[in-house]
Write a protein that binds this ligand. Structure first.
Ligand code: NAD
Ligand code: DAU
Length: 349
């Protein structure tokens, strides 16, 4: 089966492509990616020469180019997105263009070409804040808080409208916060790991009391393959993680693993509209497809930290160029105030 994977040079997409090609099944992959700041072909160096793998550089908003890449593919797994909440707050337009308009272009093209299966990768963020003890089920209302989550919810609604109106063969997955190898260091865990490795302050928003439902990317990819192979058309599947944990607790855990002092923790101005808690019910996918995440956060953290330590060159390359200017632009002031705070505290031993 020939599959078009969009956004395959990003964090989850590249893990998924390596996962699917390692199954030994009869899959071939076309990786269609614009290579934004978040796309990195080095994530796929291990499969670059695999005859079942082809990279095509392109934008999902470009209908003509999408059609050429999609031809002969019988399934689409759609990861491509502007995926970072903070960036969406500063630059909502590109987020809506890629996440909503880009998804519309893919749906239209797939419908025109008669693609047999379309797996749309969405997020638990579309459900918005969960109160303590609350868990989102697939039928919970969509209450997005940020431009990012609103654009993901918009895309989900378009996919559902295509299923209902055109009988389009789509399935939606909504997963919780992923972590693991090859994650771009703007997201919480790789940002904190990379800064702790450099003995730099860890910028924790607010009081660090927000909770995220952590899912190792290998568990996620295993679940996505099951959805691709056996998910019911028209259904939504939540892929919830193993551990629901406060940000501050995760930061402390990783400092303990790295043997770094807690004085590196620095509380900074909160994210506007910050969702307090995400928590997903995953009984549907457990019952229907027999999927459960297997890697507890403690084990996954050790493995991820080791990966970033062993891949210092990868990290240093992705932290060059655009990353530097992004960090200056969005975190510059915070960083200097962080440095002031850090200076007034005991220095790391
Ligand atoms: P990422 O930012 O690491 O990768 C996104 C990829 O999409 C990049 O390779 C980028 O170059 C590509 N891309 C962006 N705009 C494009 C465009 N217009 N045309 C073609 N390619 C484009 O993202 P990720 O963390 O791997 O997330 C992948 C998907 O999973 C996204 O849809 C995201 O919303 C969803 N998701 C992510 C998480 C998470 O914790 N990271 C959790 C749930 C859902
Ligand atoms: O829940 C799924 C979502 O998880 C995905 O849909 C998104 O694509 C993905 O980016 C992620 O969104 P979050 O906003 O939860 O992830 P982020 O890594 O940006 O932040 C995780 C938590 O850490 C959140 O509560 C904000 C906090 N945080 C983040 C950063 C970058 C900090 O305290 N400091 C920081 O510098």
């Amino acid at each position: 089966m020939k599959i078009l994977v969009t956004g395959g040079a990003g964090f989850i997409g590249s893990n998924f492509i390596r996962h699917i090609l390692a199954t030994g099944k009869d899959y071939s992959v076309v990786n269609y990616d614009k290579l934004t700041y978040a796309g990195n072909l080095e994530n796929l160096a291990s499969v670059a020469d695999n005859p079942a793998y082809l990279f095509v550089k392109g934008d999902i908003c470009d209908a003509g180019h999408v059609e050429a890449a999609m031809r002969d593919c019988s399934a689409i797994v759609h990861f491509a997105a502007e995926s970072h909440v903070d960036r969406s707050i500063y630059a909502p337009r590109s987020c809506v263009e890629t996440n909503v308009t880009g998804t519309l272009v893919l749906l239209e093209t797939a419908r025109k070409l008669g693609v047999a299966r379309f797996v749309h990768i969405s997020s638990d963020e579309v459900y918005g804040d969960m109160f303590p003890e609350m868990f989102a089920g697939e039928d919970s209302p969509l209450r997005p808080s940020s431009p990012y989550s609103a654009s993901k919810a918009g895309a989900d609604l378009l996919v559902q409208a295509y299923v209902r109106t055109y009988g389009f063969p789509a399935v939606i997955t909504r997963s919780s916060n992923n972590y693991g190898p090859f994650q771009f260091p703007e997201k919480f865990l790789p940002l904190m790991i990379s800064r702790a490795l450099d003995d730099k302050p860890l910028p924790i928003y607010g009081a660090g009391e927000e909770q995220r439902h952590w899912l190792h990317v290998e568990d996620h990819c295993r679940g996505l393959l099951l959805v691709l192979e056996r998910g019911q058309i028209g259904e939504v599947y939540n892929l919830g993680g193993t551990d629901i944990e406060r940000n501050i607790a995760v930061a402390r855990k990783l400092l303990r693993i790295l043997g770094k002092p807690e004085s590196l923790i620095s509380f900074v101005q909160d994210r506007p509209g910050h969702d307090r808690r995400y928590a997903l019910r995953r009984d549907k996918i457990e019952k229907d497809l027999g999927w459960k995440p297997r890697i507890p956060l403690e084990d996954g953290l050790w493995q991820t930290i080791n990966w970033y330590q062993d891949n210092a060159e990868w990290l240093s390359k992705v932290r060059g160029g655009e990353y530097q200017s992004y960090y200056e632009r969005y975190y510059g002031n915070r960083d200097s105030s962080l440095l002031e705070i850090a200076r007034s505290k005991p220095q790391p031993s």
